[in-house]
Design a protein around this ligand. Sequence first.
Ligand SMILES: NC(=O)C1=CN([C@@H]2O[C@H](COP(=O)(O)OP(=O)(O)OC[C@H]3O[C@@H](n4cnc5c(N)ncnc54)[C@H](O)[C@@H]3O)[C@@H](O)[C@H]2O)C=CC1
Ligand SMILES: O=C(O)[C@@H]1CCC=N1
Length: 259
Amino acid sequence: MTNKILGFIGTGNMGSAIIGGVIGKTDTVNAYDIKKNENLAVNYKESIADLVNPSGVIVLCVKPNMFETVLAEVKNADYKDKLFISIAAGITKDYIKEKLGDVKLVRVMPNLPLCVGEGMSVVCPDDGLPDSDMEIVKLIFESSGKMCIMSEDYINKAIAVNGSGPAYVFMFIEAMADALVKNGVDRKNSYTLAAQTVLGSAKMMLETGLHPGILKDMVCSPAGTTIDAVIDLEKTGFRHAVMSAVQKCTDKSVEMSKK
Ligand SMILES: NC(=O)C1=CN([C@@H]2O[C@H](COP(=O)(O)OP(=O)(O)OC[C@H]3O[C@@H](n4cnc5c(N)ncnc54)[C@H](O)[C@@H]3O)[C@@H](O)[C@H]2O)C=CC1
Ligand SMILES: O=C(O)[C@@H]1CCC=N1
C-alpha cells in the first residue's frame, strides 16, 4: 500500500491493464485520457494539469507519437519533484528529460497479459532512484505479474520478447487452433486446447526450471507422433522464423528510439 496519488495519462489497452492491478493498493488512482473508459473504476480528471498537480507518481501510457503533445502539457503543471514512469516503445529517457528536465524517471516495458495478472515487465530505473520510489514501481508492476530490472541499454532487445511477444504467441495459438478446425474440431474447443497447452507448457517450464529442450524431449516418444511434427517445424524454419521476427522487432525499436 502506498499513500502516494497515482496519475495515469492514457487509459487504453495498457493504461487500463496497469490500473486494474493497482486499484486497492493505493488510496487514490486518477487518470486523464482524451476518451474516458467508462468501465474503469478510476477518477478521471479534466486536464493533464489537473491530473499532474495532486499526483506523486505519473504513469505515461499514451502512444509514442503523443509524447510531444502530452509532455508539453505536463510542463504547464506542478511536475518537478514527481516520479515519472513511461511505458512507451521508442521513447527514451533522454527524450523525456530533454522535454521535462532532470525529473525522477523510470522507463518500463510491460506487456498486455498484465491485464490478467500474468504480466512481464522490464524496469529501467534512473541510477540513484530513492528506494521509496522503487517500492512504488514494484507495487505497480508486481501487482500484475513479474518484473525484472535492466539497464535501458537492453530495453529494445527486451521489447521484442516481453512487449511484442504476446502477439506472436497469439498467432501461434491461432495457427494451432486453425489446424484443429481443419480437422473438424469446433472453434471454441480448438482455442481452449491451443491456449491451455501454451499456458501449461509455459507454467511447467517456469515451475520446473528445466531446459526447454529437455521438456520437448519428454513429449517426443520414440517413433511417436510429436517427433514427426518437430521434424516438420525444423524443415519449415520455425525457430529461425521466431528468431528473425524478434530481430526485426528489435531493429524497429532501435529505429523508433532515434527519432
Ligand atoms: N499494447 C501493448 O501490448 C503494449 C504497449 N506499450 C506501450 O504502451 C503505450 C500505450 O499503448 P496502448 O495502451 O496499446 O495504446 P491505446 O491506443 O490502447 O491507448 C492509448 C490511450 O491514449 C489516449 N490518448 C491519446 N492522446 C492522448 C492525449 N493527448 N492525452 C491523454 N490521452 C491520450 C487514447 O485515447 C488511448 O486511450 C504505447 O506507448 C506503447 O508503446 C508497451 C507495452 C505493451
Ligand atoms: O507494438 C508496439 O509498438 C507496442 C510496444 C510493445 C507492444 N506493443
